[in-house]
Design a protein around this ligand. Structure first.
Ligand SMILES: Cc1cc2nc3c(=O)[nH]c(=O)nc-3n(C[C@H](O)[C@H](O)[C@H](O)COP(=O)(O)OP(=O)(O)OC[C@H]3O[C@@H](n4cnc5c(N)ncnc54)[C@H](O)[C@@H]3O)c2cc1C
Length: 457
């Protein structure tokens, strides 16, 4: 049974790993010269640094199961982390009930309402499914009140979905708020050496089991019927019995023939892209892992300092700051030149953090990704694509199927497992989410700990 896997991000690598281990003749095609996709890295002074900030949560059962299976469990470092808010240029911690009570960006009564609303969402409202048909903004206004919505929630939704925020269902917010709720303290994890270490192990296992990985080999067309699929690869038409596609739909749309596309629901879903300024610094900036920035003199939606989780001594005692803007790939914000993006970041940090000094920046980089976050429409739960495209031998494991989970490595591993189960049958599928996962860490959640609202990052 010859199977092709399209895409060398975590979904494609997991799929190829599962297939190769089941004795399937598998070839993975990756368009670029690197594996890792959105979880990719670059070499810096002998270290491998993430292009886009990445951490694990202890609720990432599928990914943690895979990590344990690959023998990397002992390489996971966990750290307690916190989040902050900068609103109108003022800094607030946002982690405990006391933080919420002191959160000067809201009126006192609104703070109490926010705390109650958060408790309701995370403790009482156990079934979020009916929220699939309700837009997030109407639900959030109802639960938190308009002032809190406009002060906190709307900027967070804009940060993720931009001008398409009003389409997103409340169910997605409910899931995001409940995702990190595994205990009483926010905890994030990181595999020492980064995603690169996971990818290296997957490659090793795939090749050991006879699978092939072809880099710099974009698939340029795909068609399929009930007997198999044909791909155009390197100017050659190649037949496979099965194909696992992990490409975002915006990419799949460009290569799938009309007949195949017509069978894929939601294939025209919109995506938000992201532009990240990454600063390698000599000093720590903030005490928070993540700081959301709202209506302030820093033209970015947030600052993530991953070296609260990534150990600075493992990367030459550097600190890593990521300043992000989620936006459409055709927007001016996305296309703004690298030098202006970097200037905006450094000047803005100087305005908001009195101790920040430009000369502590050792290096600055800009990374863009055009298709990161599908913009979910209401009612997506019943409309989202299934693992197998009907009447074909194409199996999907793409971010467009993540809903209602957040897009993450954990979700992509699950989607790959689902696709392989659909292809090989449930009984032969590998169940990756080992119970070890839960034991790997403690907890997470800025939300319930008191502060009430949650990261949408
Ligand atoms: C800023 C940012 C922060 C994030 N933070 C986290 C985090 O903290 N934790 C977390 O778990 N997740 C995080 N994520 C999300 C996570 O990175 C993604 O959800 C995940 O990497 C998606 O993996 P994937 O394999 O499904 O898709 P992708 O990584 O997009 O992989 C698709 C692959 O297909 C390849 N491809 C495209 N076209 C073709 C073609 N024609 N032929 C062959 N190959 C092709 C691409 O080059 C790519 O390698 C973050 C993402 C971003 C952008």
């Amino acid at each position: 049974m010859r199977t092709a896997v399209l895409g060398g991000g975590i979904a494609g690598l997991t799929a190829a790993y599962r297939l190769a281990r089941r004795g399937v003749d598998v070839t993975l095609f990756e368009a670029t010269d690197k594996l890792g996709g959105l979880g990719g890295w670059f070499k810096y002074d002998g270290y491998r640094l993430d292009k886009w900030y990445h951490v694990l949560l202890d609720s990432d059962a599928y990914l943690l199961g895979l990590i344990a299976e690959l023998g990397l469990r002992d390489r996971v470092d966990w750290a307690e982390t916190t989040m902050g808010f900068i609103v109108n240029n003022k800094h607030y911690p946002f982690n405990t009930a006391v933080d919420l009570l002191k959160f000067g960006a809201l009126k006192p009564l609104d703070r109490i309402r926010t705390g109650m609303a958060a408790l309701y969402i995370t403790k009482l409202l156990r079934n979020g499914r009916p929220l699939d048909n309700e837009p997030a903004h109407t639900w959030l206004v109802r639960i938190f009140g308009r002032r809190v919505y406009e002060s906190i929630w709307e900027p967070l939704l804009i940060a993720k979905f931009g001008d398409m925020r009003d389409r997103v269902p409340a169910y997605w917010v409910w899931n995001t708020l409940n995702r990190e709720k595994n205990g009483s303290q926010e905890v994030k994890g990181y595999v020492r050496g980064g995603n690169a270490v996971i990818v290296d192990r997957l490659v090793e296992e795939i090749e050991k089991a006879g699978g092939r990985i072809r880099l710099s080999t974009p698939v340029t067309s795909i068609s399929s019927n009930a007997d198999g699929a044909t791909l155009d690869v390197a100017d050659e038409a190649v037949h496979f019995d099965n194909v696992v596609c992990t490409l975002p739909f915006s990419r799949l749309n460009k290569i799938a023939d009309k007949a195949l596309l017509s069978k894929i629901p939601q294939s025209s879903i919109d995506y938000q892209g992201v532009v990240n300024v990454m600063l390698v610094t000599r000093e720590r900036l903030s005490r928070h892992y993540w700081t959301a920035v709202v209506r302030s003199d820093l033209p970015f939606q947030g600052v993530v300092e991953t070296t609260h989780v990534v150990r600075p001594d493992a990367i030459g005692n550097r600190h890593l700051l990521y300043l992000m803007n989620y936006c459409r790939p055709d927007s001016d914000l996305y296309k703004r030149s690298d030098s202006l993006q970097i200037r905006d970041a450094i000047d803005g940090l100087g305005r908001l953090y009195p101790d920040f000094k430009e000369d502590s920046v050792a290096d600055a980089f800009v990374f863009r990704a055009p298709f990161v976050e599908p913009v979910w429409p209401c009612g997506y739960l019943n409309a989202r694509p299934q693992s197998q495209v009907i009447d074909t031998r194409v199996f999907l494991a793409t971010t467009a199927q993540a809903y209602p989970m957040v897009t993450s490595w954990n979700t992509s591993v699950k989607l790959a497992d689902d696709a392989i189960s659909a292809m090989l049958g449930r009984e032969s599928a590998v169940v990756s989410a080992s119970t070890d996962a839960a034991a790997l860490g403690n907890a997470a959640a800025s939300i319930v700990n008191g502060a009430g609202t949650a990261p949408i990052a």
